[in-house]
Design a protein around this ligand. Structure first.
Ligand SMILES: [Zn+2]
Length: 216
């Protein structure tokens, strides 16, 4: 640890990204208590998609995980990305039947990214690619500003809301590629199915997904 980071750690002691307790080992990102008690999924939290092949997730979207992701998305805790990426990268590494050429993400609209200051799925995807030493690329842009999916009810309502919202950004990057799409959470699959539909229409060979957390 350099002098500056030693000094910064004294001033701003690093906290567990999940329960916010001060960490004994600043580099870990989460605490021993959370290692014991986080709602880890079994079998990589794998669920099949209608359009994408399947989606894996290391955690369930409950309790401390939900509160942590809300801080990450809405309260400027963008420094959580590399910590989340460790969990997500481990889940991807341990999943035997996941095959991909490039890592990409479900983007925010430019307007939402400006107001939030960052795109949380992009930060997560870049950090995961870094962790796995893989290639990442932007493959989609969100053209329409639709209602937040979290404000809507069932899958058909969410599918209708999101339909046509994404466009393929560069077909040359996408054509013939197996794409691993990253997002923070998966609830009804509507968003990831819509993104997969656009990528496959642009010539992607296959789409598989990984999110930090999933619904029960
Ligand atoms: Zn903790």
């Amino acid at each position: 640890m350099g002098f500056l980071s030693f000094f910064m750690n004294l001033l701003f002691p690093p906290k567990c990204v999940f329960c916010t307790r001060i960490l004994n080992r600043p580099d870990d990102g989460w605490c021993d208590r959370c290692t014991e008690s986080l709602p880890f999924t079994e079998n990589h939290g794998k669920q099949d998609g209608e359009i994408f092949d399947f989606c894996i997730a290391p955690l369930y979207y409950t309790d401390v995980v939900r509160r942590s992701i809300i801080r990450y998305k809405f309260h400027r805790a963008s420094h959580y990305a590399p910590v989340y990426a460790k969990l997500l990268a481990e889940c991807i590494r341990e999943c035997d039947d996941i095959n991909y050429d490039i890592i990409s993400w479900v983007p925010l609209s430019a307007k939402r990214e400006r107001s939030r200051g960052y795109d949380q799925a992009k930060l997560l995807a870049l950090a995961v690619a870094d962790e796995l030493d893989d290639v990442s690329a932007s493959t989609l842009t969100k053209s329409l500003n639709v209602k937040a999916q979290s404000e809507l009810g069932d899958k058909s309502e969410r599918s209708k809301n999101i339909s046509g919202a994404y466009v393929a950004s560069d077909p040359q990057i996408i054509a013939g590629k197996r794409i691993l799409l990253i997002d923070d959470i998966i609830t009804t699959c509507a968003t990831l199915d819509e993104c997969a539909k656009v990528l496959l229409a642009a010539g992607a060979d296959s789409v598989v997904c990984a999110t930090l957390a999933r619904g029960r």
